[in-house]
Design a protein around this ligand. Structure first.
Ligand SMILES: Nc1ncnc2c1ncn2[C@@H]1O[C@H](COP(=O)(O)OP(=O)(O)OP(=O)(O)O)[C@@H](O)[C@H]1O
Ligand SMILES: [Mg+2]
Length: 441
């Protein structure tokens, strides 16, 4: 039996075309996945490694253009072939053609299909080499969306560390994408087939963390009924992500130091060391330098962990990325909840771009998710939470210290009482002496 060749995903709302394509493709031994809508296509793409996408353009609900846009951002290396029966959309086709997409007009012969297919598949392997060397800006890196200078710097560091096992330290406010970056380092690199183990050091009780990380021997403590490996053993060969590292106790810290220095772990209750080969990525949103000052974080561990440091800027410092992120989340939740591509009004986007995002990308994602549910086809200002809008309506001159308001109000009451301090004090419900003090201030 011959081995199946590449996985090809075909998307068309016309089942006759799907079947025709399938017959041809299978005759050449390709493995075929069929989708009759963009929604189905997206879910196949999520679960399967696809080598070529063949799509129709005109489809109800979400059309082929949106799918191409989505694929270009999420699976930039995936070649795309458009099969269209509508020469009238030539204008848009020209736009696609100028990019990376090939196309084939319906009706087509089997030979024409084969030619287009070979071209798409071979062009994609040539392009890989090309794009590695070119400095052209991309709008997504794996799952990471953004094209701001700050995010491009982060991506450059990821590129440098992904294929080696240097320890990486990621710093950033809550919701800035620390875990996303850690996963990108692992999954974009050459150890991506080895395990990625994420440990939230803040979520595991302090007395259990040591055993959870390094494993334990039978009888090491009550409840230790067998010998068991920990997260480090589970991550062997791959990456361990130590999130909220600031929460590790001093005992755990000194054990971590040993792992970093000796590349070995010792289970709780054992004297024997086991060799271990893991890349450590640590992350925190607390200020470790301050913790070192307070002697609750080991300085020597800090320097071992920060071989490579990645600082992820808060969203308010890279507002250029907001529109791209909004686009991604609109697509994601539009397909999930509404079966269509949801848009946003320029006014609503302006509101989003003005806000300062204390909860960063996580907050933005939640807001878009909610807005998609609330809206019909277009997200408008009314679908955004009120606290975003208040920011829009406040002008900074209106915000004054309490003392200023107090002074203005006392003056108003004095005017109303014709400067009678006794009456004024009574209205203000303070005694005359307090009023006198305030006036002399
Ligand atoms: N650049 C980005 N592109 C797309 N999605 C992003 C980006 N940054 C963050 N996200 C999304 O935002 C959410 C929060 O990201 P993540 O969990 O990585 O943040 P974090 O820094 O680990 O937050 P915390 O400190 O609260 O744990 C996730 O759903 C993630 O997919
Ligand atoms: Mg996190």
């Amino acid at each position: 039996m011959q081995l199946l060749k590449e996985n090809i995903l075909i998307v068309d709302d016309d089942v006759n075309i799907l079947e025709l394509l399938q017959r041809h493709l299978q005759s050449w031994n390709y493995h075929v996945f069929k989708a009759i809508s963009v929604k189905e296509a997206v879910s196949i793409l999520r679960d399967t490694k696809i080598d070529l996408l063949i799509t129709d353009l005109k489809m109800p609900e979400v059309n082929g253009f949106e799918l191409i846009k989505f694929v270009s951002e999420h699976y930039p290396k995936l070649p795309k072939l458009v099969v269209t029966g509508y020469p009238s959309v030539q204008g848009s086709l020209a736009a696609i053609k100028s990019g990376v997409v090939d196309y084939l007009t319906k009706p087509f012969t089997k030979v024409e299909l084969k030619t287009a297919l070979d071209k798409s598949l071979s062009a994609s392997s040539a392009k890989l080499v090309h794009s590695k060397n070119s400095s052209e800006k991309k709008q997504a890196y794996g799952e990471i969306i953004g094209n701001s200078e700050k995010i491009n710097e982060v991506i450059q560091v990821i590129e440098r560390v992904k294929d080696n096992k240097a320890t990486v330290f990621i710093k950033g406010e809550s919701g800035t994408g620390k875990e996303l970056v850690a996963r990108a380092i692992h999954y974009q690199g050459k150890f991506s087939r080895a395990p990625f183990v994420a440990v939230n050091c803040g979520a595991i009780p302090e007395n259990l963390l040591e055993a959870e990380l390094f494993g334990y021997m039978k009888g090491a403590f009550t409840g230790a009924e067998t010998n068991r490996g920990g997260f480090f053993q589970a991550a062997n060969g791959g990456t361990i992500f130590l999130d909220e590292i600031g929460n590790a106790s001093l005992t755990v810290q000194s054990r971590l130091l040993r792992v970093l220095q000796e590349k070995e772990v010792v289970r709780v209750g054992s004297a024997k060391a086991e060799k271990i080969d893991v890349r450590i990525i640590a992350a925190t949103n607390s200020d470790l330098r301050d913790m070192i000052q307070k002697q609750i974080f080991r300085e020597d561990l800090f320097y071992r962990l920060t071989v490579v440091e990645i600082e992820i800027a808060p969203l308010r410092e890279r507002k250029d990325d907001i529109a791209l992120l909004v686009d991604k989340f609109l697509f994601k939740y539009g397909v999930e909840y509404k079966d269509r591509f949801i848009q946003i009004s320029p006014e609503a986007l302006t509101v989003l771009e003005r806000y300062n995002w204390p909860g960063n990308i996580r907050e933005l994602e939640n807001i878009i998710q909610r807005a998609v549910i609330m809206c019909d086809k277009i997200v408008d200002i009314e679908h955004l939470p009120d606290y975003l809008k208040y920011v829009l309506n406040f002008s900074s001159e209106e915000l004054v210290p309490l003392k200023v308001i107090e002074k203005q109000y006392i003056e108003k009451v004095l005017r109303a009482t014709c400067n009678n301090k006794t009456k004024a004090a009574k209205i203000l419900q303070i005694d005359r002496k307090t009023l006198r003090n305030k006036l002399s201030e």
